[in-house]
Structure formats: structure tokens, C-alpha cells
Design a binder for this molecule. Structure first.
Ligand code: MG
Length: 264
């Protein structure tokens, strides 16, 4: 069952989303070559706590950290470590979640460290564009697979591949709710979208084939062929007026704030 959220619930998720938008903004300049992925994780955790929110991933099915940090051929669910150092030319996937008064937000982006080859930058651009296109499908009356198809059609038009093994999801009082949102499929299928649905849409895109495998740590998903992978994600509310990206500061209502007790 897809749980519809009230305006009050969406307001709480908007507050959680704005905390994450602040984290993303900070990480764009904070993350540098030479830093360990654990240093980044500790910074994210401190930021979330300073904002008055709770971390969402730590302890989730035993995941040991606040952020998932996945470098180069790692697709998702990389575990931060003091031994794993960021290097010039890496692409670093940063997947973030937090909770405000019991409501979750979830987002991700992939950051190039210094200069990367043009085709790698294109991988990042096309993945982000595919998310933007999917978000534009989040309107009452569209079908769920219209979202999926928007991702796949854009990605494959540029010669990249869509990961099949992981999907987007509904989100609310739990990190993962129904429906599952594949990043591939024909349009016009699945449930009709309705105002009050909140969806975490998260294309995972590779330069090579779409197959992935899980490393011995039980979490880190890597491309089977070792090709680079990108991941972008936003938490999006379906409203009567179209999509509202909750994990973005852009377009945030002027009254919105992450301050305690000051929800819009
Ligand atoms: Mg997610």
C-alpha cells in the first residue's frame, strides 16, 4: 500500500530534506583529495545533529555509518573507512539520509574530485538530468513507470546503462516504503501517482554494463565489469501543482526553516 502524506507530514519531510540539502551544499567544497571517507562521514553526522535531526542510515539493517560513500566503480552502499582516501580524479557518490520528528528524507549526488575526463563528466551530467526528467513525471495522473521510463530513456540515449538491482522507493515514516521505483521500464504502467505520495527517486547509472555484485563487506555494490558508476537521488512530493523536491534548497518557500519548531 502506498501511504499518502498530509500537508503536516510533508512539512516535516521538507525540514528533513532541507537539512540534507545543507549537507550536500557543504560537501561540495568540503570533500577533497587526501581526505578519508570516515572524515567525511563524521562531518555529515555532526552537521545532521547540529541541525536538530537524527541520522537515518546508521544502524539501518546494521549499516555502520551515517553516509554511504561509494567511489568510482562502487555504485552504492560504500562503507566509510579511515583507510579509504579520496584521490584526485575520483568520482565520489554521497548518499545521505536523516529524520525529523519521525519523518525521513533521502538524497544522493556524485561529486568529481578535480578534473575528470569529458565522458566521465557526461556520466554525471546525464545521471543528474535523468533524475530531473523523472522528477518532472511526479504529477497526479502519471503512472509510476513513467518515472522509470524517463530515467532509462535518457540514460540509454547517451550510451550509458541503468542498474537493475537497486530501485527508488516511497518514503515517509520509514526509509523504504512502497512503491518500489525501478529506473527502467515501459511507460504507462503501475499505480497512478496522486498528490500526497512522496517518492525517493534514485537513478544509478554505469559507463559499462548494468550488472553489479556485492563485496565481502556485505554492503558495497560494485559494477561487475569495473566501470564507473554515478548515483543521484532526491526525495520528491507529488502535489496538485506538480513535483516538489524536498531535498533541495532551490525553490524552498521563504517561510521554510530547519529550526526546531518552526516548520512552514
Ligand atoms: Mg534511497
Amino acid at each position: 500500500m502506498i501511504v499518502l502524506k498530509s500537508a503536516r507530514e510533508i512539512a516535516l519531510m521538507r525540514r528533513a530534506g532541507h537539512v540534507l540539502a545543507g549537507v550536500m551544499e557543504r560537501l561540495r567544497t568540503f570533500v577533497r583529495a587526501g581526505m578519508s571517507t570516515l572524515e567525511i562521514d563524521e562531518d555529515v553526522e555532526a552537521f545532521i545533529h547540529r541541525a536538530g535531526a537524527a541520522t537515518a542510515f546508521k544502524g539501518y539493517r546494521g549499516f555502520p555509518a551515517t553516509a554511504c560513500i561509494s567511489i568510482n566503480e562502487e555504485v552504492v552502499h560504500g562503507i566509510p573507512s579511515p583507510r579509504r582516501k579520496i584521490r584526485e580524479g575520483d568520482i565520489v557518490g554521497l548518499d545521505l539520509g536523516c529524520i525529523v520528528e519521525g519523518y525521513y528524507a533521502d538524497c544522493a549526488f556524485t561529486l568529481p574530485i578535480g578534473a575528470v575526463p569529458a565522458r566521465v563528466q557526461q556520466l554525471l551530467d546525464v545521471t543528474r538530468e535523468s533524475l530531473d526528467r523523472a522528477i518532472q513525471e511526479c504529477r497526479p495522473g502519471r503512472r509510476l513507470s513513467d518515472v522509470s521510463h524517463a530515467v532509462q530513456s535518457h540514460v540509454e540515449a547517451h550510451g550509458f546503462s541503468v542498474v537493475r538491482a537497486f530501485v527508488g522507493h516511497g518514503i515517509g515514516r520509514a526509509l523504504h516504503e512502497e512503491p518500489q521505483i525501478p529506473n527502467f521500464g515501459d511507460p504507462g504502467r503501475g499505480p497512478q501517482l496522486r498528490a500526497g505520495m512522496v517518492l525517493a527517486i534514485e537513478p544509478m547509472v554505469t559507463m559499462g554494463s548494468w550488472e553489479v555484485r556485492i563485496l565481502d563487506d556485505g554492503w558495497t555494490a560494485v559494477t561487475q565489469d569495473g566501470s564507473l558508476a554515478a548515483h543521484f537521488e532526491h526525495t520528491v512530493a507529488v502535489t496538485e501543482n506538480g513535483p516538489e523536491v524536498l531535498t533541495s534548497l532551490a525553490g524552498a518557500p521563504a517561510t521554510s526553516t530547519t529550526g526546531a519548531g518552526q516548520g512552514p
